[in-house]
Design a protein around this ligand. Structure first.
Ligand SMILES: Cc1ncc(COP(=O)(O)O)c(C=O)c1O
Length: 382
C-alpha cells in the first residue's frame, strides 16, 4: 500500500509547516480552519519547482503556457473545449475575481452573492468599493431561482450594472451546482442583464461520482467569465497563480483587464500549476479518495460523538459545513470549540452573516487520526 497523502502526524505537521494554518493559534490548538491541506506534496510539483530553482529559472511568467495547460485539463477532465486564447493569467483567483468585478460594475455598484459562501467574497466586494446584495442559498444549500430573481431585480432596479459572483463548487457547503440549476441561473442573469463571474477554484475537488459543470459550458453563459486555479486542488496556495476564462461574448471584457494584473502572476506558481495539471492527476485522484474516506469517517464520528450536529455530505471539497445549533453553544460555536476544546474551525457567521450563527466549517483534509482527535475535542465542550 502506498503512503497516504493525508498521512502526516500532528507532530510532523507542527515541525514542518510554517503557514497560517499551523501558526495562527496557540500550539495546543488543533487547526482545521483555513482551506489548506495537511497533504504530503505532489511529487511532480516538487520536481518541477525544485528543477526550476536549480536552473535559476526564476524570472517572470509567460501566461500562454499556463493557459494552454488549463485548456488541456478542461478538455480531458470536463470535456470542455476551452480556447487558451480566451484565458489570461492573473496573480491569484481573488485578484482575477475582483478585477473582473471592477471591469463589469461601477463604483458602488451591486455584486450579488449567495451565502453561505467563501468569506473573502464579502471582503473583496467591500475592498473594491462595490455593494453586496445577498441571494441566500436554500436551506438545502441549493441556488434558489426565486431568491436570485428578487436579488437581480433589486440590484438592477436603478439601471446599475450588476454581477452575480458564483462559487462553483460552493465553499463552505461543498455543493457542486447541477447543470439545470446553472442553466436557470444563466437564464435569469440574461433576463436582468446581470453578468456572472464564476469562481471555480474548488472544481478539481469534486468527488468521484459527481460531475462538475463548468459554468461556461452552460447554455446562456456566453457573456460570463470564470476564474480557475489548481491551487486548491493540489494545495498550492503558497505558489499563487490563476487564470480568468472568458465566454465568447466576454472576450472584449477580458481585454479590459489592465495589463498590470495580467503581469502579476508568479512564474514559479505557474511552473507548479502546470506540473500539477499535467503530471499530478494520479496524485490528485488518490488524494480525492482519501478526502472521500475522511468524509465517511466524519459521518461515523459525528454519529458516535456529536449526533445533534447536522451535516449534509457534500459532493465536492474537503470542507464540512456543520449545523451546531442543537449544541447550544451560542452564535459562534467555533469560538467555544477553540477556547474550550482547543480545536480551530471556521466560524459560521463569517460565511453567512445573516444565517450562519450556530454553524462551523471543518476542514477535513488531514489525517484520519487528526480528524478523530478534532471531533473528540469538539465533543468535549458539551
Ligand atoms: C472559493 C474560493 N475562492 C478563492 C480562494 C482563494 O484563492 P486565491 O488564493 O487564489 O485568491 C479560496 C480559498 O479558500 C476559495 O475557497
Amino acid at each position: 500500500m502506498s503512503t497516504p497523502i493525508l498521512g502526516a502526524t500532528e507532530a510532523e505537521l507542527r515541525r514542518d509547516r510554517t503557514s497560517v494554518k499551523w501558526l495562527a493559534y496557540e500550539p495546543d490548538v488543533l487547526p482545521l480552519w483555513v482551506a489548506e491541506m495537511d497533504a504530503r506534496p505532489c511529487p511532480a510539483v516538487v520536481d518541477a519547482v525544485s528543477a526550476a530553482m536549480a536552473r535559476g529559472d526564476t524570472g517572470y511568467g509567460w501566461g500562454p503556457r499556463y493557459a494552454g495547460e488549463i485548456a488541456r485539463y478542461a478538455r480531458d477532465v470536463w470535456a470542455w473545449e476551452l480556447d487558451p486564447g480566451d484565458a489570461v493569467v492573473v496573480a491569484d483567483v481573488m485578484i482575477g475575481v475582483s478585477e473582473m468585478l471592477r471591469v463589469l460594475t461601477d463604483e458602488g455598484g451591486p455584486v450579488v452573492v449567495s451565502p453561505p459562501v467563501y468569506d473573502s467574497f464579502f471582503g473583496f466586494v467591500e475592498a473594491i468599493g462595490r455593494r453586496r446584495v445577498d441571494a441566500p442559498l436554500t436551506r438545502e444549500g441549493r441556488l434558489d431561482p426565486e431568491t436570485l430573481r428578487a436579488a437581480f431585480a433589486a440590484a438592477t432596479a436603478a439601471g446599475a450594472r450588476a454581477v452575480y459572483l458564483l462559487c462553483n463548487p460552493q465553499n463552505p457547503t461543498g455543493v457542486a451546482h447541477a447543470p439545470a440549476e446553472l442553466a436557470a441561473l444563466a437564464e435569469l442573469a440574461r433576463e436582468y442583464g446581470v453578468r456572472v463571474v464564476s469562481d471555480e477554484i474548488h472544481a478539481p475537488l469534486t468527488h468521484p461520482g459527481t460531475r462538475f459543470t463548468p459554468y461556461l459550458t452552460v447554455p446562456g453563459s456566453e457573456d460570463a467569465v470564470a476564474v480557475f486555479s489548481p491551487s486548491k486542488g493540489w494545495n498550492l496556495a503558497g505558489l499563487k497563480s490563476a487564470a480568468v476564462l472568458a465566454g465568447p461574448q466576454a472576450r472584449a471584457d477580458l481585454k479590459r483587464l489592465h495589463e498590470v494584473h495580467t503581469h502579476g502572476s508568479s512564474h514559479l506558481g505557474e511552473i507548479a500549476h502546470v506540473a500539477a495539471l499535467r503530471d499530478g492527476r494520479e496524485w490528485q485522484a488518490r488524494l480525492l479518495e482519501e478526502v472521500v474516506a475522511n468524509h465517511d469517517l466524519l459521518g461515523r464520528l459525528l454519529a458516535e460523538h456529536l449526533p445533534e450536529v447536522g451535516w449534509v455530505r457534500p459532493d465536492a471539497t474537503y470542507l464540512a459545513w456543520l449545523d451546531c445549533r442543537a449544541l447550544g453553544l451560542g452564535e459562534d460555536p467555533a469560538a467555544v470549540f477553540r477556547q474550550r476544546g482547543r480545536v480551530a474551525l471556521g466560524s459560521g457567521p463569517r460565511y453567512d452573516p445573516t444565517s450562519g450563527q450556530g454553524f462551523v466549517r471543518l476542514n477535513l483534509a488531514t489525517s484520519p487520526a487528526v480528524l478523530e482527535e478534532a471531533v473528540r475535542r469538539m465533543a468535549s465542550v458539551r
